[in-house]
Design a protein around this ligand. Structure first.
Ligand SMILES: CC(C)(COP(=O)(O)OP(=O)(O)OC[C@H]1O[C@@H](n2cnc3c(N)ncnc32)[C@H](O)[C@@H]1OP(=O)(O)O)[C@@H](O)C(=O)NCCC(=O)NCCS
Length: 147
């Protein structure tokens, strides 16, 4: 099925974007609504990406934000359970990396959940080092990719 990749723009699109981010990345760990939002989500340089199915449902979301003079960070990558394993994550990363290249970014970094490390490795990200543990339960690993 063909997905549409775009940046959310309207209030309704942002609501759907944050809902999926919450349902995939926060709700399963008993975190309250609102915990899926970050202060720098609204920064002008932050790029939000969403993959939308033809029926209008959001299949996946992710964001890219500045992390240094020529470095950016991918965060909050979330694909709806019924869409996982069908290339949505790959398309979201491609969308964000293309955006980063256009902006002169030379390196993308991210903190991957342990279960997602193989996904990022398939997309060319190298493991750098273990990083934080989220909610006391989810080990993360710093990864990076030169663009
Ligand atoms: C991790 C996640 C973003 C991957 O997105 P996805 O849409 O399911 O992955 P895709 O279908 O685009 O997979 C792309 C490639 O990675 C591989 N891949 C995906 N998940 C994998 C996994 N857990 N282990 C090994 N390979 C994996 C696929 O086989 C595919 O390989 P290919 O390019 O050779 O065809 C998604 O499963 C997800 O949201 N998981 C739950 C939340 C999460 O962990 N988010 C990441 C936080 S850092």
């Amino acid at each position: 099925m063909t997905l549409s990749l775009s940046s959310p723009a309207t209030t309704a699109e942002f609501a759907a974007y944050y809902r999926l981010r919450y349902e995939v990345l926060r709700q399963p760990w008993g975190q309250p609504e609102g915990s899926e939002r970050a202060d720098d989500d609204r920064a002008p340089a932050t790029v939000h990406a969403m993959a939308t199915a033809p029926d209008g449902r959001v299949a996946g979301v992710a964001r890219l934000s500045p992390a240094g003079p020529d470095q950016a960070q991918v965060r909050f990558m979330a694909v709806a359970p019924e869409w996982q394993g069908q290339g949505v994550g790959r398309q979201l990363l491609h969308y964000l990396e293309a955006n980063a290249r256009r902006g002169g970014i030379r390196e993308v970094v991210l903190h991957a959940r342990e279960a997602a490390v193989p996904f990022y490795a398939r997309r060319g990200y190298a493991l750098v080092a273990p990083s934080h543990t989220l909610f006391g339960r989810i080990p993360h690993f710093l990864m990076r990719k030169a663009l």
